[in-house]
Ligand binder design. Structure first.
Ligand SMILES: NC(=O)c1ccc[n+]([C@@H]2O[C@H](COP(=O)([O-])OP(=O)(O)OC[C@H]3O[C@@H](n4cnc5c(N)ncnc54)[C@H](OP(=O)(O)O)[C@@H]3O)[C@@H](O)[C@H]2O)c1
Ligand SMILES: N[C@@H](CCO)C(=O)O
Ligand code: NA
Length: 440
């Protein structure tokens, strides 16, 4: 028996998906039982790398998601609408869903999973985080018995590609971004990549799996890479760090924890996306180019790192088709599929998120000051006034006739650090503070 697929989208990932399914030799034999029944696109006249008959190709995506012959709807159009409505309509018609759409899942996962659970269908999204890297299924299955302490990683290929080339070639941000778009890594609107929003969508999904509670996207502190300058990359390098856009979700202890929410979720999470100085000895420091890596720390496992191609046609399609295969395998072995306890979403409550002021971290800060005696002393005093202890403070040189001073703090609460910066901004000698970056 063939399992019939309705493919929504035949772009970068849709094309890779069709190519795997149409070239099944030497792959899992169950692939031969998959049939691409219909394909939805926006423009019928576009040249395609994979050709489908006029009967199969349509711009009427609604007709695909209600087609009684279709078992699995594979949503690869991206964006919020019509993706959300098409997924919900498909579910209401009893279709299983495979999607690579982190934007729709991180915003509408609650209604999509509720609808899927009510209908007894699966929603699979391995491709939505880390592209081809298996990370969703491991979190759901292989790591399920661990108490997870933290999930952190480089989960946006476009920004990692840009930062890597800025670091290794001193390349210009705009040129490298254009290359990332040409290579199919960047989203249609690269703002989501560059401003950290794509990574925020993905860490929301990872955290909800790791910490068994839903995450509100607006609770995630998010900074992108636009403010990372060539000067900071060079200074970080001299200090023994590499700058990476990290997404971090971590259990955070608090002196005044609120009552734990029902359902076993952890009481408080720190969850954030920002450019970070990563010590060169850290495993995430050597993840370069479009590669992604996700470091999971849990008890009793310890640390495990998932590494691989985080974007691109073939790698992402590998995850999409593996999800399709998982559903096909369930359909083959169970005549009455019931929600599989490890594959379906089982939590309904939201995780409590700690405010950023409570975050304890190190900071890197670059100051431009008048080149007058005692400036470093004034900075040290203001930091000391707010309990901020310094790991290093160096005058790097001169820029535009101003002294350039770089400070790295010891661990400090973000609230105390920001209070110290507010005091420092008032110092006569301080002209500007071009960069403030957190240090891992
Ligand atoms: N690219 C990656 O490396 C990557 C990695 C992981 C996850 N993802 C995710 O995968 C999804 C697809 O990304 P992509 O890079 O493959 O996008 P893409 O290359 O822009 O392809 C989108 C496809 O969807 C079709 N489409 C879009 N809106 C439509 C609409 N309203 N009606 C009908 N068809 C529509 C387009 O039709 P036409 O071809 O006719 O224009 C195109 O075939 C996104 O959710 C993305 O975030 C992508
Ligand atoms: N634009 C995304 C695609 C993979 O989700 C990235 O650069 O990582
Ligand atoms: Na993945």
């Amino acid at each position: 028996m063939a399992y019939k697929l309705g493919l929504l989208g035949l772009g970068t990932v849709g094309t890779g998906t069709a190519q795997i399914i149409l070239d099944s030799l030497g792959r899992h034999p169950l692939l031969q039982e998959l049939e691409i029944h219909r394909v939805g696109v926006r423009n019928l006249d576009k040249p395609r790398q994979v050709t489908f008959s006029a009967d199969q190709l349509t711009t009427d995506l609604e007709s695909i998601v209600i087609d009684p012959d279709i078992d699995i709807v594979v949503e690869l159009i991206g964006g919020l609408e019509p993706a959300r409505s098409l997924i919900l309509t498909a579910i209401s018609h009893g279709k299983h869903i495979v999607t690579a759409n982190k934007a729709v899942i991180s915003r509408y996962g609650n209604e999509i999973f509720d609808a899927a659970n009510a209908k007894g269908v699966y929603v699979m999204l391995e491709a939505a985080v880390g592209g081809g890297i298996p990370v969703i299924q491991p979190l759901k299955e292989s790591l399920g018995v661990n108490r997870i302490q933290s999930v952190m990683g480089i989960i946006n290929g476009t920004t990692n590609y840009i930062l890597t080339r800025m670091q290794t070639e001193g390349a210009d941000f705009a040129d490298v971004l254009a290359d990332a778009q040409r290579l199919g890594y960047a989203e249609a609107d690269p703002t989501a990549d560059v401003d950290g929003l794509d990574a925020a969508d993905k860490i929301a999904i990872l955290a909800s799996l790791a910490f068994a509670g839903r995450i509100k996207l607006e609770d995630i502190h998010c900074e992108g890479i636009r403010q990372v300058s060539a000067a900071d990359i060079a200074y970080a390098e001299k200090l023994g760090f590499t700058i990476k856009l990290l997404a971090i979700a971590k259990r955070q202890s608090s002196t005044t924890p609120p009552a734990p929410p029902p359902g076993g979720a952890v009481d408080r999470l720190s969850i954030r996306v920002h450019p970070t100085l990563v010590p060169k000895t850290h495993p995430l420091a050597s993840i370069n180019g479009v590669y992604n890596a996700i470091l999971v720390e849990g008890e009793p496992l310890g640390q495990v790192m998932f590494y691989g191609p985080g974007a691109g046609s073939g790698p992402t399609a590998s995850a999409v088709v593996s999800d399709i295969l998982t559903i096909a395998a369930i359909l083959k072995t169970e005549t009455e599929p019931i929600p599989h306890p490890l594959l379906s979403c089982t939590h309904q409550h939201y995780c409590a998120i700690a405010p950023m002021e409570e975050l304890v971290t190190r900071f890197y800060t670059r100051f431009l000051t008048n080149d007058t005696p005692g400036v470093i002393g004034h900075l040290g005093t203001s930091f000391g006034n707010h309990g901020v202890s310094l790991e290093s403070i160096v005058q790097i040189g001169m820029r535009d006739n101003q002294a350039e001073i770089v400070v790295v703090t010891h661990d400090v609460s973000e609230g105390n650090f920001l209070n110290a910066l507010a005091e420092i901004r008032q110092l006569d000698a301080v002209m500007s503070i071009p960069s403030v970056l957190r240090v891992l």
